[in-house]
Design a protein around this ligand. Sequence first.
Ligand code: C2E
Ligand code: CA
Ligand code: CA
Length: 674
Amino acid sequence: MFGAAWILFSDYVAERLASSDEALRVIQTYKGLAYVALTGALLYAVVLVLTRALARTHDRLRDHSAHLTRINRAHAILRSVTDVLLRDPDDTLLLESAARAVVDQGGFPLVWIALYDHDQRRLTRVATAGAEGLARGSGAPVHLTTADRSIITHALYRGQMQHALGDRDPLVARLAPAGRGLAAVGAFPLRGGGDTRGVLVIHSAEAELFTDEEEVLLLSRVADTLGLGLDFSHNRQTLDRLNYHDPITGVGNRNLVENRLAAALNHAAQRDTAVAMLVLDIDDFRAINDSAGREAGDAVLRLVSRILDGVMRPGDTIARLGNDEFGLVFHELPDANHASRLVGRVADRFPERAEVGGHELDLSVSIGVAVYPDDAQDAAELLSRAELALHSQPPGQRSAITYYAPEFDRRASEQRALESALRKADLDREFRLAWQPVVDPTAGRVCAAEALARWHSPELGEIGPARFIPLAEQSGRIRALGQWVLEHACRQAHAWNQAGHRIDIAVNIALDQLQDADFVDTVQQLLAPYADDEWTLLLELTESQFMADPKPVNDACRRLRALGCRIHLDDFGTGYSALNYLVHLPLDGLKLDRTFVQQIESDRGVHAITEAVVALAEKLGLEVTAEGIETEQQLVIVRQLGACNIQGFLFGRPMGADAVLGLAAQAPERVLAN
Ligand code: C2E
Ligand code: CA
Ligand code: CA
């Protein structure tokens, strides 16, 4: 534009300015020069303005790119800290990994994390990452006072990030005395669950780091994420304690065993090793609990868990599964045979003589064992099979060890079928009573008959009492069944009485029945209509029933005797059979168990004991019945020992009521000759 204007107007302007032709010529000469000079100046000014603008843009771009790098870096930090959070379960690991992630991703020279204990006002550096040797000091806790002013106290109390240049902050210097040459340091609060749990401290080589608002925001989010992580891990630990620990003994619980067992099996599958699952049960724990009290029971549980703990190798698991049952997981066994060695080691610790709550007792345990991979393929199955092995032990055994065998499963499923059939059994239709006569050999007459329950299940056929009685006891059905037996037995005795025969009836009573507060009253009502009859109701109880719940059982027996019932101790010779029971229990008689009677011929010791028992019983005025007499020889020996009533196949198997009547009607010689 300048050039065009010059071309169009310069001649015209020169002509108007020039006063003469001479002057016009001079002007024309200098006009070209002036043109060159003016354009030059103009161009210079334009270039100058443009380069200045360019330089400014370049600076802005450079700043922006640095900002972007920092933001990217902060995002990367956030990402890896989140990863850490998802990966590392426990606090220390979490914080150490997080500090390392911030250093690695952010390229910071030094990063550390301190946790704050609000009650003690103590700050402890727990995790540090960065160039080797940069942070010195022991990491010992630092006690904060109200006088402390620091970027850290600001972060802790105000919950806001603050930074300082260099490393002049006094608290920072005390907690992590760092080397020189660090340009800035920032403290970010770790907020979680309403409280500030600590600080994330970042040392930077660039002074401007903490002035970038967006970056500070992102780093604050890293700190917040960590705070949440701490909170989460704290909650998880509380939950873990509740979920995986047994409050009474402090060892694990069933959840823990299930968890650890699953992990152990995984491991074993990969390495071709074995895992042994042991389930232990304290023998007679119920009796300990009942006689010595709940607290003593708890003390026993703690003692047993301590003893078992002594057998554990690192990485093995011990837990209380429930009641008095403990579970032990032995992992990484070279092979299945190795299990028996460990089982032996556990068994060797028992019986242990212990004093609990002022009571001396022999603490023993029974053990069920199942081994991976032989017995089960998964954790739940292995545990349940170890339990099945334990529960397949005959009741009343002490210090028993049982290894799982496949037939236990079959038995268990039969048991379940039996249980369900028993639960819905119609007593009147499916049950009946068989009677086994008891003979007085001196008089040669049937003096009593024992009522023995018989069950014919429409689905399962004939089932013996040795199977259904324990089941009925477990399921609680025994009360109804026992009541049914009593009613029918009394009715039968009355019928025999009507027919002119005085035959006492012996009825087996279960513990559950005796523990029923109404039992004595029920018996009284039951007997009331037969007040004019001559027979007596004999109640047969075992030693274990007296032991299980001594006070109420003894009381019930005394009241029953007051009603005219007689109490006989059944199965004498099978349990502990302490002779002083005979003196102290409210008894009218005892029944020598058939296993005892069967040894009389062959075992002189048994013979001598029997002789002593019969003599003692006689002195105490107790009636003795020898049960299970099968041979003449046994009869002869038993009769030589003293005055005994006799019951056994020799005189009759359990039979129908009419058959008993038939026998009762026979002449004495015939009865004895049977
Ligand atoms: P128990 O009270 O010891 O009854 C005696 C058992 O020994 C009966 O078995 C009887 O048949 C058997 N027995 C009698 N004499 C001989 C003999 O000479 N040789 C042999 N080998 N055995 C003989 P059963 O009827 O199978 O009864 C088994 C157990 O079931 C009884 O043992 C008793 O504990 C229980 N039981 C039976 N009926 C009842 C009941 O109504 N209530 C309760 N609570 N338990 C019952
Ligand atoms: Ca009996
Ligand atoms: Ca018996």
